[in-house]
Write a protein that binds this ligand. Structure first.
Ligand code: ATP
Ligand code: MG
Length: 567
């Protein structure tokens, strides 16, 4: 990052400020809204939050915090057919877990139903809204096209008195679902199709999870959102680009009702991640159809899934900061999220040894019996972070199957007949011979060890290039390891005719591993680096046995290719 000579904010170069933050800064400087900043995060409780929501959460709560302002958490709960308290609770939990606090500012659009109803009556009285008998489908057909104006509803010129009467009766439950709506009277020829008399209220005879059966008419998004913002004195209403055209309706409603507070809507590009779907409708399908193991399946892009996978809130926040806030839609590669996760875990988690695909090694010249305890450092690359543990060593060990080759290529520096390798924290060993089963598969590797190399130190002048991890067979613990890969095998599952057909059949592989003794005491949710394998987290849901989720591999496959090409 280049230096700048702005002495007021020396550690915040101005070029890193996104366009929304610049607007907010300008408004604060010009004392617009009395210099106050109030933002909001307005989820609909119809699903769990995902990494895309995290971007919006970081932006809204971030801007509020940076400007000494407030960020409201508002449930946009106006569709009783899709909403549930389970979602409300998970959303609150996830926002808190991400590290944000709405304080006393928890709101529900459904609490505004009486006031929204009054606003609607006011529009009717002003001759700016009418009750329409067309079905939503019929309405859509009459809306015209971008090139042609729409047709007026036969009910467009109902008198104010008739509209007031019909709207009251809608509220009283006298009409069937779908038989009537309340529509704004704007302009059926408006170039913005959303301005062609949008519906403001519809009939829904479904009890609401908070309001019970108090209401049988429910306000639409375009009517609810702007008025909720205004009722809460939101100064900057930040939403995603797909609502750009809705801004005209937003402004029309507030202007026509001449509301006291007059918030402004700003749109930014939503986060799209490769190999991922983020529409709640699609995520719900995955859950309902059992294609994943619930909303918190570690393969899901949900906050709950990422948490269960072992991702930290800091990694998600850093990722959101790094992707930035732009005005044009784009796609972020999943590799970038994985990079943030790895970078964060690398600094914070201890290293341990676990053998995922065990191959038996017998040290023929080592005494049988209990063996010995060796000292292993928990943070080998980070001297200020100390800590070590004892790892048991004995005559029979397990190493990774892939760390032995009977007939190795030239640059294979691990174990092979006649070849010496370092066992991490232990000894140098040399392979003397091997034992195969009837099918020719290597089932035992016999070695001799050099007692002079305790701790894994090679004597002066002896070069040992390879270091491998291991566990002592008699001390190791069995653990179930879940190796996750991306849930979709194509970069843009949304572009497929059926996104479910693009599910990666190998997105989960479950194996039984041999892990070092200390992991017996791993706490649910505790994170580790399994040396040379990746980052793992003890599952927080299954606790009656040892289950570890792979959060992320040590390197992405692309980096691995580059590396092997240069060594
Ligand atoms: P759906 O997927 O059902 O269309 P949604 O994801 O927009 O809905 P909301 O609950 O309405 O769900 O979202 C709450 C807020 O999060 C909105 O302000 C929305 O703009 C924002 N948001 C949703 N998805 C993303 C995303 N991918 N990137 C950034 N912000 C998002
Ligand atoms: Mg939405």
């Amino acid at each position: 990052m280049s230096t700048n000579d702005n002495t007021e904010t020396p550690d915040k170069p101005t070029e890193s400020v996104d366009f929304i933050r610049s607007i907010v800064a300008k408004d604060v400087a010009s004392n617009k809204h009395g210099g106050h900043v109030v933002t909001r995060f307005p989820p609909e409780p119809n699903g769990y939050l995902h990494i895309g929501h995290a971007k919006s959460i970081c932006l809204n709560f971030g801007i509020a915090a940076e400007n000494n302002g407030k960020c409201h958490l508002r449930f946009d709960d106006t569709d009783p057919t899709k909403e549930d308290v389970e979602y409300v609770e998970s959303i609150q939990h996830d926002v808190k877990w991400l590290g944000f606090d709405w304080g006393d500012n928890l709101f529900h659009a459904s609490d505004y139903f009486p006031r929204l109803y009054d606003f609607a009556v006011e529009l009717v009285k002003k001759g700016k809204a009418y009750v329409c008998d067309l079905s939503l489908e019929h309405m859509r057909m009459m809306r015209g096209t971008v090139k042609e104006p729409g047709q007026a509803s036969p009910n467009r010129d109902r008198s104010v008195a008739e509209n007031l009467d019909l709207f009251a009766r809608m509220r009283n439950g006298e009409f069937d679902e779908g038989s009537k709506t309340l529509r704004a009277k704007i302009d059926m020829a408006h170039p913005n199709m959303l301005m062609r008399d949008p519906p403001l209220y519809r009939i829904r005879k479904t009890p609401h999870y908070r309001q019970g059966d108090k209401w049988c008419i429910y306000p639409m998004y375009d009517f609810t959102h702007c008025l909720s913002d205004s009722l809460e004195d939101i100064t900057h209403s930040i939403c995603t680009l797909e609502f750009e055209n809705n801004r005209a309706v937003y402004d029309w409603v507030l202007d026509t009702l001449e509301t006291k507070a007059r918030p402004h809507q700003y749109e930014f590009a939503r986060l799209n991640l490769s190999h991922t779907v983020m529409s709640k409708r699609k995520l719900l399908q995955l859950v309902r159809e059992g294609l994943v193991d619930g909303w918190d399946d570690p393969r899901m892009p949900t906050i709950a899934g990422l948490r269960r996978r072992g991702v930290t809130p800091e990694a998600i926040r850093t990722f959101c900061e790094q992707i930035g806030v732009a005005k044009a839609n784009s796609m972020v590669d999943l590799v970038q999220l994985e990079f943030s996760i790895r970078d964060d875990l690398n600094r914070r988690v201890p290293r341990v040894m676990a053998v995922l695909r065990p191959l038996k090694v017998v040290i023929d010249n080592y005494p049988a019996g209990d063996g010995e305890d060796l000292e292993a450092t928990n943070y080998p690359d980070d001297p200020p972070k100390m800590g070590s543990r004892k790892v048991p060593f004995s005559k029979i060990l397990y190493i990774e199957e892939s760390d032995f080759m009977e007939d190795p290529p030239k640059k294979f520096f691990r174990l092979a007949p006649g070849q010496e390798v370092r066992l991490r924290w232990a000894y140098l060993i040399t392979c003397t011979h091997i034992v195969k089963d009837d099918s020719g598969k290597v089932i035992e590797v016999h070695c001799s060890y050099d007692p002079e190399t305790r701790g894994g130190n090679a004597p002066e002048g002896r070069k040992v290039k390879g270091t491998i991890h291991w566990v002592s067979a008699q001390h190791a613990v069995d653990a179930e390891i879940r190796l996750y890969d991306r849930l979709f095998s194509v970069a843009k599952p949304d572009a497929e005719e059926d996104f479910k057909k693009a599910i990666n059949p190998d997105s989960l592989e479950t194996i039984t591993a041999k892990v070092e003794r200390s992991l017996r005491d791993a706490k649910p949710g505790e994170r580790f680096q399994f040396e040379r394998q990746g980052y793992f987290c003890r599952d927080s849901e299954i606790t009656d046995r040892l289950v570890f989720n792979r959060t992320v591999a040590l390197r992405d496959s692309w980096a691995k290719m580059v590396k092997s090409g240069t060594t």
